[in-house]
Design a protein around this ligand. Structure first.
Ligand SMILES: Cc1ncc(COP(=O)(O)O)c(C=O)c1O
Length: 397
């Protein structure tokens, strides 16, 4: 876009990543470079292309991934974005690149179960020591830093209990100790918050979720400012083969055109539904940062500015009664069980059996994940329809 003109992010987003490398025409919808390689002329051409970091083989670079990366860099306000075949691909490739035997990592105890598994199983086996701390207690985070701490890791809003990370404060602690702050923005998206503007060094997004938003593609990204780190992760992504497909990149770029519309409505719906459930006498607890009962509500107001701009994800606790929970689920017309999140339709998932199924019972208890805890990913339905449907279904209790 013309640098002299500045429009709102929602408008500019429609024009991001539209110019594909190697495409001389400007089609209204971009083509997909469904090719594993690009034809090169002679050895001079080969040398030039390698020197200029041009397009050779799909695992290394592809114009659709570049274009989507540019759009995500715009949204996250970072310099570089790398695309991966999944959110877990983005997380593991980044960890494997940046952490070495003898290094230490400090992570929030409240994070996605499979990220926890990578940290607790894979990283520890590779000789990286790990401490899991409740990041609500910033003094405990500071106290757990060690001279060999290389990375501090948190989710902006954690899966599934909506614990928040004070990104500015964590960046200060990480940087004072010479470590990088890596944050997962999957539950929030850059529509709600841009962690790099608050000091995060690396932002990971599972694009499978809100960024794609239609429950039909698996992908992930990391965004960062540092060119040297970008080159290192790029090289390991190429070796580990976690680059992601051109078709997936095209699908997500298509979806980004409606990201602002979708996510704003989803977040406002979540706030409305969380409030309605909190007022229901049989609901034991609701975890959503818009609620004044959320222990980090003040921090939420600072991070997200208003209650309709927080996250479209929340969880709520029903009595631990399988028959009644089943009856509730069967009675709902709109929300349905599907262990994913961020799609247009409201979905439920049971953290104990999905995102946190490997986590031992004593850890689950510490994390506030009970049998009656249901996670809700709120869709773009009319908010009142969702409230009516949930409240009517709660009559089984
Ligand atoms: C917060 C968070 N981060 C990362 C991931 C991993 O993403 P993917 O499923 O795209 O690998 C998930 C998946 O649910 C998630 O919830």
């Amino acid at each position: 876009m013309d640098d002299a003109l500045r429009f709102s992010e929602a408008t500019e987003l429609l024009y991001q990543g539209r110019k594909l490398d190697g495409c001389t025409l400007t089609p209204e919808s971009p083509p997909i470079f469904m090719t594993t390689a690009f034809v090169l002329g002679d050895l001079d051409d080969v040398h030039r292309t390698y020197d200029e970091k041009g397009y050779t083989y799909v695992r290394t670079r592809n114009p659709n991934r570049t274009a989507l990366g540019d759009a995500i860099s715009y949204l996250e306000q970072g310099k570089f974005t790398l695309l991966f075949n999944s959110g877990m691909g983005a997380i593991t490739t980044t960890f494997l690149t940046l952490l070495r035997p003898g290094d230490h990592m400090l992570a929030n105890a409240h994070i996605y179960g499979e990220t926890l598994d990578v940290i607790n199983q894979l990283l520890i086996e590779y000789g990286v020591s790990v401490d899991l701390v409740d990041f609500e207690d910033l003094e405990a985070v500071r106290a757990a830093m060690k001279p060999e701490t290389k990375m501090v890791y948190a989710e902006v809003v954690s899966n599934p209990t909506d614990h928040l990370a004070d990104i500015e404060a964590l960046a200060g602690i990480a940087h004072d100790g010479g470590a990088l702050l890596m944050v997962d923005n999957t539950f929030t998206t850059p529509i709600a918050v841009k962690p790099m503007t608050l000091g995060a060094d690396i932002v990971i997004n599972s694009l499978t979720k809100f960024m794609n938003g239609h429950s039909d593609t698996l992908a992930g990204s990391i965004t960062l400012h540092d060119e040297e780190l970008y080159e290192q992760i790029h090289a390991i992504r190429m070796l580990t083969g976690t680059s992601g497909s051109p078709f997936g990149a095209w699908m997500i770029q298509r979806s980004l055109q409606t990201l602002d519309l979708r996510v704003r409505k989803q977040m406002a719906n979540a706030t409305k539904l969380a409030q309605a459930l909190e007022n229901h006498p049989r609901v034991l607890k609701v975890n959503h940062p818009s609620l004044p009962t959320h222990p980090q509500h003040q921090l939420a107001m600072k991070l997200f500015k208003n209650t309709d701009n927080m996250t479209a994800m929340f969880s709520f606790e029903m009595p631990d009664d399988k028959e009644k929970i089943n009856a509730f689920m069967n009675r709902l017309h709109l929300a349905h069980y599907a262990p994913t999140l961020g799609g247009t339709r409201t979905t439920l998932s049971h953290p104990m059996h999905s995102s946190h199924h490997h986590v031992p019972p004593e850890e689950l208890e510490k994390m506030g994940i009970s049998y009656g805890l249901m996670r809700v990913s709120v869709g773009i339905e009319e908010g009142d329809d969702l409230v009516n449907d949930f409240i009517e279904a709660m009559s089984v209790f």
